[in-house]
Design a protein. Sequence first.
Length: 159
Amino acid sequence: MKKQINITLNGRRMRLEVPAHRLLLDLLRDEIALTGTKEGCGTGDCGACTVLLNGKPVNSCLILSGELHGADIVTIEGLKIGPEFHPVQKAFIQDGGAQCGYCTPGMLMMSKALLDENLNPTEEDIRFALSGNLCRCTGYAKIIQAVQDAAAELRARNV
Ligand code: FES
Ligand code: FES
């Protein structure tokens, strides 16, 4: 069954006709051609597909398109601030927080969600926030460092 939905995606309003049971992940990747959001497990266990839905991080592999009417969605393609990378993107590059990069979009979106709520996270806060995002490459230390550095940069901008 198809359903009409109005959404805001990365700041742009869109009207879509979607199969109600289409997963948000598939809608983004296969119908809107935003392929930055990755599929890892497809079952809500790896965090690779994380996007922000009404400001909160969600696994897009678990969200049905039919539930999205009125939703505000931000994907990795919408993380930049104007032409500039978001501080968390810059910090991941600077600190080597990405290796193969497959987990990185999800890590970045979850990190942004944390920093939106807490500009002074402890290491424990960061580990807890990212505990649902799996990375097979980095050993996590450089990711934690990157989030700490992004937090410091954002605090400096806010003073
Ligand atoms: S692909 Fe969605 S949580 Fe793994
Ligand atoms: S950088 Fe390869 S899975 Fe995280």
